[in-house]
Design a protein. Structure first.
Length: 205
């Protein structure tokens, strides 16, 4: 089955391709549709935004579309940046992009002791058919701690700050396969793949 990965985030697209293509899915992404207009993400939850994006792109482009909404939830910040993770610095007039997002978060946590720097990455996936019907959703997360300075050159977003205590490494320090095995996105995608298989959607059809 041909599947549109409905994201303009190159890091997310790369991770989805690495995980989906071995399962037999032919993955396209939004770079093949330069004229596609992104929807305004007005949802207040990851699930609402994932469904909004999946429906928008499936109906606009007439294809199966897989959308995700994901982000970092920091306990001491009452769950923020949450759905605003990708635009956190921009929304706070502190720049734009991954580096500025990380720098702002570090400033906000500057006085927070190690034992209160708990956080989790959350991912919700939504799959919509070409008629815009949301067929499946899946959610998962990975828990960790936030460091005082970035570590690692891999990944994207807040990966350099996100320590997985059981591994002693940040998600930016993990090889792709190891990261996919424990990440919020990897776990949510495996949930979705299991449901796709049960419904015989995808390579089995």
């Amino acid at each position: 089955m041909r599947l549109l990965i409905a994201s303009g985030n190159r890091g997310k697209v790369r991770e989805f391709q690495e995980m989906l293509e071995p399962l037999g899915f032919a993955c396209a992404d939004l770079s093949a549709h330069p004229g596609a207009v992104a929807p305004e993400e007005t949802g207040h939850t990851f699930r609402a935004n994932a469904m909004l994006k999946a429906v928008h792109y499936s109906t606009t482009l007439g294809t199966w579309a897989l959308a995700d909404d994901s982000g970092l939830s920091v306990d001491v910040l009452d769950g923020k940046p949450g759905v605003h993770s990708a635009r956190w610095a921009e929304l706070n007039a502190a720049g734009k992009g991954d580096a500025d997002n990380n720098a702002l978060l570090l400033r906000q946590l500057q006085l927070v002791p190690d034992d209160r720097r708990t956080a989790r990455f959350v991912c919700v996936l939504a799959l919509a058919d070409p008629q815009g019907r949301v067929v499946l959703t899946a959610q998962d997360q990975v828990d960790g701690m936030l460091l005082h300075a970035p570590r690692g050159e891999g990944g994207f977003g807040y990966d350099p700050l996100f320590l997985v205590p059981s591994l002693g490494r940040t998600t930016a320090e993990l090889p792709a396969g190891e990261k996919h095995a424990i990440s919020h996105r990897g776990k949510a995608l495996r949930r979705l793949a299991g449901m796709l298989d049960e419904l015989r959607i995808g390579k089995s059809k």
